[in-house]
Write a new protein. Structure first.
Length: 189
């Protein structure tokens, strides 16, 4: 199914878009998404999950304004709970991620015990970009039939955002920052 989602992503042109798994692993991003939220694809294992970084690496949260962190934490955990339920109790990747987060983060453990389940399709967000500042976007998603992957795309009401994203180099935008999620920019030197 990745090829179908990737093909659709490529048709979005300059719209920031990326394909993620139900465990919040970024599989592929287009240029605009890399500029908007930072390069996040290319990792494997538990460290590929944005959830892992959100709850274990405080700098990851710099991607969103501080007053939005609690809402994002709740949404991420409730979305993970839905994925774990779909995957079933024998899924090793899900069990490893949840086990690690329960052992590493009191916040995650508290939210996990709340048993909230949410499947997200559209939500308004504010993204903090080191060059463009705080941008209001609507994050939309198309989910595969098995809900194992989703295509996310970000739309802004500001017509100047798309040309700005097109003109910027993600390596330059995210250089010298703690990074939005994985600090992949450290490899850029």
């Amino acid at each position: 199914m990745l090829s179908a989602l990737r093909g659709l992503m490529e048709r979005l042109g300059d719209t920031p878009a990326m394909v993620i798994t139900d465990m919040h692993e970024v599989v592929v991003q287009n240029h605009a998404a890399q500029v908007l939220v930072g390069p996040q694809a290319g990792l494997s294992g538990i460290r590929a999950s944005f959830l892992f970084h959100w709850f274990t690496a405080p700098a990851t949260r710099d991607l969103y304004p501080a007053e939005d962190h609690d809402r994002h934490s709740r949404l991420l955990v409730s979305d993970l709970r839905a994925a774990v339920a779909r995957r079933g109790p024998r899924d090793r990747a899900a069990a490893d991620l949840v086990g690690h987060l329960l052992a590493s983060s009191g916040e995650f453990a508290r939210l996990w015990r709340a048993h909230e389940v949410t499947v997200r399709h559209e939500e308004d967000k504010r993204v903090v970009n080191p060059v463009l500042g705080t941008l209001k976007v609507t994050c939309n998603s198309i989910v595969t039939a098995d809900a194992a992957q989703r295509l996310l795309w970000f739309a802004s009401d500001d017509p100047g955002v798309v040309p700005a994203l097109r003109a910027l180099d993600p390596a330059e935008v995210w250089r010298g920052t703690p990074g939005p999620a994985f600090g992949l920019h450290a490899a850029w030197g």
